[in-house]
Design a binder for this molecule. Structure first.
Ligand code: HEM
Length: 139
């Protein structure tokens, strides 16, 4: 059944199943395997899941549980292209619609799209949007 509200339990499920699917993708999988390995149960992945749980919970509920810089890791993981972001967004879009009712899934997607554009601008890929600092992100 599709979730009609966002809570930590359904975010944890959405995040873990998203990356299990993502690492199998030809376009984006390689970046995650290179950074975190291909064993989704290792310590690096567990750490990544916890960060992403807090990140999405903060974006979707306003709970102040994420204090990192989401942009920085993307500078360090190798050459990303507009196509890499487009593929990530396509998979994320499909995935959140499998977990949440359309109204919530669309909200996830909107936030992901804004961030992807910000990241692309920071990485000087494609068109991007105004503003570069995480603090200035209007989510
Ligand atoms: C081109 C598509 C993307 C790729 C290949 C990618 C890849 C990665 C990788 C490999 C990491 C882990 C780095 C590490 O811990 O060593 C990471 C971290 C992260 N990514 Fe992405 N990512 C992409 C797009 C996005 C988008 C669109 C978002 C947001 C909507 C996002 C949010 C995050 C966050 C929040 C972290 C953790 C930041 C922290 O450590 O505080 N990523 N990403």
């Amino acid at each position: 059944m599709l979730a009609s509200k966002v809570d930590r339990a359904n975010i944890e499920k959405m995040v873990r199943t998203f990356y299990a699917m993502l690492i199998k993708d030809d376009t984006v999988g390689v970046f995650f395997i290179k950074a975190l390995g291909d064993d989704l149960k290792n310590d690096k992945w567990n750490e990544h899941y916890k960060i992403l749980d807090n990140f999405w919970l903060m974006l979707m509920t306003g709970e102040k549980c994420y204090t990192g810089d989401p942009f920085l890791p993307h500078v360090l993981i190798g050459q990303l292209y507009e196509e890499t972001f487009e593929r990530w967004l396509e998979l994320f879009n499909k995935h959140v619609h499998q977990h949440y009712v359309p109204k919530i899934a669309k909200k996830f997607n909107k936030k992901a799209e804004i961030l992807a554009k910000k990241f692309m601008q920071g990485l000087e890929i494609g068109e991007g949007l105004e503003g570069k600092n995480w603090a200035s992100y209007k989510l």
